[in-house]
Design a protein around this ligand. Structure first.
Ligand code: GAL
Length: 399
């Protein structure tokens, strides 16, 4: 009798589990600590069945961990971050993994004019305004979170209401960012929405620092990068776009074929950017498509690779030039150029350049943006012959 009962209980449990999978489980959350002012911070975990695990916390709607399998199935966390909120609040945090805004990247001299009114923002980067400000930029505030789980994917939506005048920006802005992971693919989708009650500039991105060999690996210079861009926006000496759009042809910014970052980065050592820190103008979206292929990154050591699709017109490639050996998660050191950012975005300082796609959001409109980071593995060339059943990548290979 008792055997019968336990068999019955086991099949009920199995059925419940199957129906949970079919209905989709919501991501789980756990406490991540408190901010300096005592606000509780939660961290949410998203998983695919193929090994991807992403963690995102409510402070700054920040991607804190991204675990990915390598070519042999070994999992490593491939983004920079901190073990606790204090790390994220410290001066050593250079926007690791955060949602960046209200306007990402730079606004020249922190000034812009909209509908005849001049606005002044904080100057926090040389002469300019960087990444939304000082105290209440989107990376520093605590967002509210709502989870969901469907049959094919699960996710968490973070929402923040930024009051009129916060960090000097006009309008009450309601902004949300949704992180989601499909069940059966190692993809991470990040999508943004925003509405306002006054015209205001909005430009949102995620500021994850990637090292596909695993965060804390010595360098990212052996990664090969491809950027789907024919042109870029040159900078002045304070990293503000001059307003020109120039061809990458014949320049060190030509990444139309996979190229090791090490190959040309030294040519920027004496330039104002001190490395790669440039906005690329992506090719237009194919007709009828919401997103365009923006960039791909490959690490031959681990066999991990990433492709980025985006609805945005630009992408900032920043080669971790200001990383200074700070000690992050698990006591790992983040050396100069040991990680890189690929930030999908509208062009920097667009609000002061009429020839750039507009970043102005008006009342009654909805700002939307989506980027998908697709992770997979490849068999590096020198091992290609040894592995069975795995395709070796040869098309568009490194120069
Ligand atoms: C990047 C920016 C760099 C640097 C970095 C943060 O988005 O392009 O110039 O400011 O953020 O350290």
């Amino acid at each position: 009798m008792s055997l019968k009962v336990s068999k019955y209980a086991a099949s009920i449990a199995a059925l419940l589990m199957l129906s949970a999978i079919a209905n989709g489980q919501k991501p789980e959350s756990e406490p991540f600590g408190k901010t300096k002012d005592g606000t509780a911070v939660e961290v949410y975990t998203l998983k695919s069945s193929k090994g991807l695990v992403a963690k995102i916390m409510t402070r700054g709607a920040t991607l804190t961990e991204l675990h990915l399998p390598d070519k042999d199935g070994t999992i490593a966390d491939c983004i920079l971050g901190w073990d606790d909120v204090a790390g994220y609040e410290s001066e050593d945090n250079q926007y690791f993994g955060c949602t960046t805004g209200r306007v990402c990247n730079r606004i020249a001299k922190g000034k812009f004019t909209l509908d005849g009114k001049e606005y002044t923002l904080a100057i926090n980067n040389d002469l300019n305004h960087l990444h939304g400000g000082v105290e209440k930029s989107l990376d520093k505030v605590v967002w509210t979170a709502k989870t969901w789980g469907g049959e094919k994917a699960s996710g968490v939506t973070f929402t923040y209401k930024s009051p009129d005048g916060e960090e000097g920006y006009p309008g009450n802005l309601t902004v949300s960012v949704t992180y989601s992971v499909p069940r059966d693919k190692n993809n991470l989708s990040i999508s943004y929405k925003a509405t306002t009650d006054q015209a205001t500039p909005v430009n949102l991105t995620n500021h994850a620092y990637f090292n596909l060999s695993g965060a804390g690996s010595k360098t990212v210079l052996n990664h090969a990068l491809l950027v789907n861009a024919e042109s870029y926006t040159p900078n002045d000496e304070t990293l503000i776009p001059t307003g020109k759009i120039e061809s990458v042809e014949g320049t060190d910014l030509d990444f139309r074929k996979f190229t090791r970052i090490a190959k040309r980065v030294k040519n920027f050592d004496e330039k104002p950017e001190i490395g790669y820190d440039h906005n690329f103008v992506l090719k237009p979206k194919p007709e009828g498509k919401k997103m365009v292929f923006a960039a791909a990154l490959r690490d031959a050591k681990s066999g991990r690779q990433m492709r980025i699709m985006t609805s945005e017109p630009g992408i900032q490639f920043y080669s971790g030039n200001f990383l200074k050996g700070q000690v992050g998660k698990d006591g790992k050191t983040y050396a100069h150029r040991s990680a890189l950012c690929l930030e999908t975005q509208h062009f920097p300082d667009s609000i002061n350049h009429e020839n750039f796609p507009t970043t102005v959001l008006k009342p009654g409109e909805e700002f939307t943006s989506q980027s998908v980071y697709q992770f997979s593995t490849f068999v590096p060339r020198k091992n290609a012959g040894k592995a069975k059943g795995k395709k070796s990548e040869s098309k568009n290979d490194e120069k």
